[in-house]
Design a binder for this molecule. Structure first.
Ligand SMILES: [Zn+2]
Length: 250
């Protein structure tokens, strides 16, 4: 196999990954050539984008319509005071390009309202990461991923609770299977958020993404992980497809 695009600098930079038996040179090459989309550049998208870039994934699509606000800084740790008032896609692009080299970032400064807003982005992705804070948007991204048979990792943090689930294949339950009845249009951003818990869930999303791209199994297929940030209680709830799901079973 040809590894020519991992140059000497890459081999040094990623040496601690390459030493891992589950990654090695072949896995690092897969990371370097993968394309990942990150929907939502709030607390989850901030740290997630950093670990995705630091893992060697070069093609990163970032999607958000919002501007940085002062109340974001507590948990959206890539942003500084000087970023307040600028679009999050611009702030994250600047942050990542200052920290990492050779990234191919595509930024989409848009509000997601219909499936057409996400189809082309999802189509080009090896893995889709959903860190949005709105149930309707999550359902749109979920529907597009089901239609395009794309792997989808969904994280959420609200109050003291963090959640994580992954849709690995057409056999996996989709977001709609689990949250069919959820039609609340309120955003999680209306509620309190324990900041380090956001870091914990985003790190787990990045781990899941790296493990899957390097040929390892998902840790959360057919499972919903629920973490309590107050007492560290962790529940791994078995899930299954809803046979009457209007998204993945029609
Ligand atoms: Zn479903």
């Amino acid at each position: 196999m040809e590894f020519s695009y991992l140059n000497d600098k890459d081999l040094l930079y990623f040496s601690k990954h390459i030493l891992l038996p589950t990654i090695g040179i072949e896995g690092q090459q897969k990371l370097n050539t993968s394309e990942v989309s990150i929907f939502g550049l709030g607390g989850l998208g901030n740290l997630l984008s950093t670990y995705i870039a630091s893992s060697g994934i070069k093609k990163i699509n970032i999607i958000d319509f919002d501007k940085v606000e002062e109340t974001n800084l507590q948990r959206q740790i890539n942003f500084s005071n000087s970023d307040i008032g600028i679009f999050k896609v611009d702030a994250i692009e600047n942050f990542l390009n200052n920290k990492f080299t050779s990234l191919q970032i595509k930024k989409y400064n848009k509000k997601i309202e219909t499936k057409n807003d996400v189809m082309s982005i999802v189509s080009n992705s090896d893995i889709v990461l959903d860190g949005t804070d709105n149930f309707q948007v999550r359902k749109i991204i979920n529907k597009a991923c089901v239609e395009k048979n794309k792997k989808l990792i969904i994280g959420a943090v609200e109050g003291y609770t963090g959640q994580l689930m992954t849709m690995v294949s057409s056999e996996s339950p989709c977001y709609e299977c689990i949250y069919e009845d959820l039609i609340d249009s309120n955003s999680c951003s209306d509620n309190g958020v324990l900041a380090p818990l956001v870091g914990m869930i985003s790190s787990m999303m990045a781990l899941e993404c790296i493990n899957m791209l390097t040929g390892n199994n998902s840790s959360f297929d057919k499972k919903l992980l629920v973490v309590n940030g107050l007492n560290f209680a962790v529940d791994s709830i078995n899930t299954k497809q809803n046979k009457s799901c209007k998204i993945c079973n029609n």
